[in-house]
Design a protein around this ligand. Structure first.
Ligand code: P6P
Length: 289
């Protein structure tokens, strides 16, 4: 009988094995396919291609009973034996709009031990694959964070027990400045004059989060005047990335509480996202009180 750790490892291995095929398919799939995803965003051929691959391969695993993705309106049941199992929520290509400009993007995987939509506290694992100059994968499974090189679809450990650096040095804030609410603007006015901090914002959450994980700092896509719940999705972005950074000694927040405590009400619900060093998130929550 496979343990839950075995099941998580099998999911991570499957995702890593698909990375070369997805990366190789990017050059030929930079075009929009005249579809919009459930969040109303234009879909690229690459988004749809990656989504189909993940459904086929993750859905075939005995221990996966539900598959969902940013690209699909509905949850796909993938189990026919009625045995309990894990629910996977995927952002197949986070930051796919960076494909046109040849900037970083990748895949975010959330593994919940509960039916979807689920709270972050139901996560048992999360990971992201980052298509940068090299392909890397960062995983968290409740027992620390590990960074891997993904070479020909096989993970090779780079660093075990990854921890956020104590002294933060980067920040990246999404949304348009005039659209930021006053409390977030006030917070940015604390951060930007700090000469130990520099702006790093690349348009793909996992690229910016990897900067935070590497150098320490904060990434935020806050609530906006025009979009009080912000832009990022709880199930596919906020929860898994919050889980990873909290597992690396950092903190996540919707402005009030950890993202992992936000109630899940809809598969594609959006949530204000603030993730990084504990000191920076605490300072933000103080501002929001
Ligand atoms: P903007 C990518 O589309 C994404 O969902 C995140 O990966 C990224 O952080 C954000 O949206 C970028 O949004 O408004 O800067 O294009």
């Amino acid at each position: 009988m496979a343990t839950q750790a075995d099941s998580i490892e099998e999911i991570f291995t499957t995702v890593a094995a698909l990375a070369p095929e997805i990366r190789d398919a990017l050059p030929g799939r930079r075009v929009q396919n005249d579809e919009t995803n459930p969040s109303g965003e234009m879909q690229l051929a690459a988004d749809a291609y990656a989504d189909e691959l993940f459904l086929d391969h993750l859905g075939a695993l005995d221990t996966v009973v539900e598959y969902s993705s940013e690209e699909r309106t509905k949850i796909v049941p993938t189990d026919d034996d009625g045995e309990p199992g894990l629910s996977v929520a995927i952002d197949p290509l986070d930051g796919s709009s960076n494909l046109k400009s040849n900037n970083t993007m990748g895949t975010i995987v959330a593994v919940y031990d509960a039916p979807l939509p689920a709270a972050g506290s139901d996560l048992v694992a999360a990971a992201y694959v980052l298509f940068g100059p090299i392909t890397t994968m960062v995983t968290a499974d409740g027992d620390g964070v590990t960074e891997y090189l993904v070479d020909d679809g096989v993970r090779e450990v780079i660093t075990e027990d990854v921890q956020l650096p104590d002294d933060p040095s980067v920040y990246g804030f999404g949304g348009r400045v005039p659209d930021w609410p006053a409390d977030f603007t006030a917070y940015t006015e604390d951060i930007e004059p700090d000469d130990s901090m520099k702006l790093r914002y690349g348009g793909a959450m996992i690229g910016d989060i990897n900067q935070v994980l590497t150098y320490g700092g904060i990434f935020a896509y806050p609530a906006l005047e025009s979009a009080p719940n912000g832009k990022l999705r709880l199930q596919f972005e906020g929860n898994p990335i919050g889980f990873i950074i909290e597992s690396a000694g950092g903190r996540s927040s919707d402005g009030i509480q950890s993202l992992l405590n936000v109630e899940a009400t809809d598969l594609h619900q959006r949530v204000p996202v603030h993730i990084g060093n504990v000191s920076l998130i605490k300072e933000l929550e103080e501002r929001f009180r």
